[in-house]
Design a protein around this ligand. Structure first.
Ligand code: GUN
Length: 285
């Protein structure tokens, strides 16, 4: 039976570290770390995420600046706001909540965010830096996954790592991070043949494919570390992950639950990135 990786507890530890550093920045440098969160339209899931980000800012002692824009906001208006925030010294990090309404080009907006303030690490400059291992910011979800793997005490060096999913936000950067930690990395996706056989080789299996209970116990190597990035609904409408937890926990050595695994880590890592941004912008090591 697998040990459950408690993402909530690890995320609390990360936020405590960030809060302690933020307090030090305030005391020693008179700096209050600021995060601007921009939301366009009325998507209810986005609203929940944004509220959670604001709450996390309060928990760690950051100032949050919320910009809730009307659904009909034009791309030009949004780009103007991003430019104002780029120049605002109180704002150390800028997060534009995705998805944006269809009439706005997400790429244009991401590209407009100053790479120094891009705490999502979505800007091509920051994506490129991840490839060469010279990054300031790591995308929040893959960074959270790395921290969860670290919490198990399992050393990634030389391990077979399989990432299921190849999105720009999770799968691709996740693979790079595992590679940097000396894992032997295989990336699988919806067109992969022999998925089961490949998953069965994994000492570390990270699943971000967006399909409910897609990975089952018979696809998992005995004792593997299984990290489930999914946020899906099962046939009864209940929140579940991309991994069939019930069968998987019988095979895995360590496993993340959904909810309470990767989810809480994403926001904690966002706080960490915002702190890093504030330090860098003020020349503090
Ligand atoms: N929408 C869902 N997840 C994210 C995220 O990590 N960052 C942003 N900006 N939008 C999101």
């Amino acid at each position: 039976m697998a040990q459950i990786i408690d993402g909530k507890a690890v995320s609390v530890a990360v936020k405590e570290e960030v809060a302690a550093e933020a307090a030090k920045l305030k005391e020693e440098n008179g700096l209050k770390v600021g995060l601007a969160v921009v939301i366009v339209g009325n998507d209810s899931a986005s609203r929940v995420y944004v509220n959670n980000k604001k709450k996390a800012c309060e928990t760690v002692g950051f100032q949050s600046y919320e910009y809730a824009l009307d659904e009909n906001t034009t791309q030009e208006q949004l780009l103007d706001l991003v430019n104002v925030l780029n120049r605002d010294d109180r704002v150390n990090g800028i997060l534009v909540q995705l998805p944006l309404p269809a009439h706005i080009d997400e790429k244009a907006v991401i590209n407009a965010i100053s790479p120094d303030k891009d705490v999502d690490a979505f800007h091509p400059v920051n994506v490129g830096k991840i490839m060469i291992g010279e990054y300031a910011f790591l995308p929040c979800t893959p960074a959270g996954v790395m921290r969860l793997i670290e919490s198990t005490g399992v050393d990634i060096t030389g391990k077979q790592c399989v990432v299921v999913g190849r999105s720009n936000i999770v799968g691709k950067p996740q693979s790079m991070l595992l590679l940097q930690k000396n894992g032997t990395v295989t990336i699988c996706h919806s067109k992969t043949k022999n998925l089961k056989e490949i998953c069965l080789t994994a000492d570390i299996l990270v699943v971000a494919i967006g399909k409910a209970k897609f990975i089952t116990g018979d696809m998992i190597k005995e004792g593997a570390v299984v990290i489930d990035v999914g946020m899906d609904r099962d046939e009864n409408g209940k929140l579940c992950g991309d991994v069939d937890f019930e069968s998987a926990e019988k095979k895995a050595g360590y496993i993340t639950p959904v909810p309470g695994g990767v989810g809480p880590m994403t926001i904690a890592m966002l706080m960490k990135n915002t702190l890093t941004a504030a330090k860098q912008q003020n020349g503090i090591g």
